[in-house]
Design a protein around this ligand. Structure first.
Ligand SMILES: NC(=O)c1ccc[n+]([C@@H]2O[C@H](COP(=O)([O-])OP(=O)(O)OC[C@H]3O[C@@H](n4cnc5c(N)ncnc54)[C@H](O)[C@@H]3O)[C@@H](O)[C@H]2O)c1
Length: 258
């Protein structure tokens, strides 16, 4: 069976659950050798085992993306297991309480410094082989304001700026660097908010022109396109996958033809 990513080596951070897990499963099904990074070893191992039972070549490795020693060890272990890294997805998110509390260090360290460290670690080999695709998971919060998540927004906007800047530098060396900005995606990250306010998702749906919230697989599809052969001319792009929430306002119409 041939897949879009046959034989490619992909490293995905924060992939024990949620969006990262969906990307890992999609890449593995398309023939990639996948390394799932996370700091939750129990969930990371369980996810790798579940995907391996279905499609094969996948492993869990522990690394805190904000620590340069652990990032260096992660990249070395990935290369030792599968060979040089072709695809990097920076996806890790610290516990959601840090987003809600505007905790500077955890948010900047995991959402901005982490991707920087990972990119620095994989770029030399990508440059040598003149090929690689890096996908940074930002957020609609990096594009606009949605409440009081100021530091999260800063980290995610910073990730967009850094990605576009690096895309201009490394394009001629065969490396593509792109960003995905998801809207609300229903993952475990939302559990504490749902416990506090069980109706929060029902209210949010009303803001989404598409009429539903996102699923991890919605982002996996975008991440597959950006990693795969059809995206050869796509770099420095900011792909908004948000059910239309940043396109405009659906709740108010002055003239409704229907
Ligand atoms: N869920 C949404 O509504 C939403 C919306 C927009 C953007 N995003 C982005 O999508 C990405 C994934 O979000 P999610 O909802 O799947 O999150 P999640 O909380 O379900 O998963 C994040 C994973 O990152 C891991 N992690 C935490 N700190 C880490 C560290 N230091 N090093 C390595 N791994 C670490 C966690 O253990 C967890 O498994 C994030 O970048 C997030 O900002 C999510």
């Amino acid at each position: 069976m041939s897949g879009l990513l046959d034989g490619k080596v992909a490293l995905i951070t924060g992939a024990a659950r949620g969006v990262g897990k969906a990307i890992a499963a999609r890449y593995a099904r398309e023939g990639a050798h996948v390394v799932i990074d996370d700091v939750d070893d129990a969930a990371g191992n369980a996810t790798a085992d579940a995907i391996a039972a279905e499609v094969g070549s996948i492993r869990y490795m522990h690394a805190d993306v904000s620590r340069d020693d652990e990032v260096a060890a992660l990249v070395a272990s990935t290369e030792a297991a599968f060979g040089p890294i072709d695809i990097l997805v920076n996806n890790a998110l610290p516990p959601i309480r840090h987003v809600l509390n505007n905790d500077w260090d955890p948010l900047i360290n995991v959402c901005l410094k982490g991707p920087w460290l990972l990119m620095q670690a994989v770029l030399p080999s990508m440059i040598e082989r003149r090929g690689g695709s890096i996908i940074n998971i930002s957020s609609v919060n990096g594009l606009a304001g949605f409440g009081a998540e100021h530091v999260y927004s800063a980290a995610k906007a910073g990730l967009i700026g850094m990605s576009r800047s690096m895309a201009t530098r490394y394009g001629t060396r065969g490396i593509r660097i792109n960003v995905i900005c998801p809207g609300t995606i229903v993952t475990e990250a939302w559990t504490p908010m749902l416990e506090r306010d069980p109706a929060i998702h029902d209210r949010l749906v009303g803001l989404y022109p598409i009429g539903r919230l996102g699923r991890p697989d919605d982002i996996a599809g975008a991440a597959l396109y950006l990693a795969g052969p059809d995206a050869g001319f796509t770099t420095g792009s900011v792909m908004v996958v948000d059910g239309g929430v940043t396109a405009g306002y659906t709740a108010y119409t002055i003239w409704d033809e229907e």
